[in-house]
Design a protein around this ligand. Sequence first.
Ligand SMILES: NC(=O)c1ccc[n+]([C@@H]2O[C@H](COP(=O)([O-])OP(=O)(O)OC[C@H]3O[C@@H](n4cnc5c(N)ncnc54)[C@H](O)[C@@H]3O)[C@@H](O)[C@H]2O)c1
Length: 85
Amino acid sequence: MNSLELFSLKNKVAIVTGALGLIGKNHCVALSEAGANVIVCDLDEIKCKEFASSLPTKSIGIGVDITNKSSVENLRDKTLKEFGK
Ligand SMILES: NC(=O)c1ccc[n+]([C@@H]2O[C@H](COP(=O)([O-])OP(=O)(O)OC[C@H]3O[C@@H](n4cnc5c(N)ncnc54)[C@H](O)[C@@H]3O)[C@@H](O)[C@H]2O)c1
């Protein structure tokens, strides 16, 4: 078994905030390459969607301001609707 299989994130859902930043983008790529479905979250929803569509697993982009409660609740609701967990 290789390391990607051993540490596979298949069937996991990963929410990444600040996902369009230097660290966030690299996290998204690593999580997706390991098999996770990634929720790409940052302030600009259009750019989040564009970046999510470039990832190798089914991933979605959602505009989120993590300092705003209703925005985070919207993230939770869309994640549950799309991936069921
Ligand atoms: N880059 C490094 O080497 C490094 C090292 C240690 C710690 N850090 C820390 O890690 C964090 C991320 O670093 P980075 O280099 O990726 O920064 P970055 O500036 O490249 O990315 C931050 C991202 O967060 C987003 N963001 C800002 N406010 C937001 C909000 N309210 N809701 C949602 N998204 C928001 C920005 O739009 C941006 O895309 C920072 O706090 C930084 O200080 C970075």
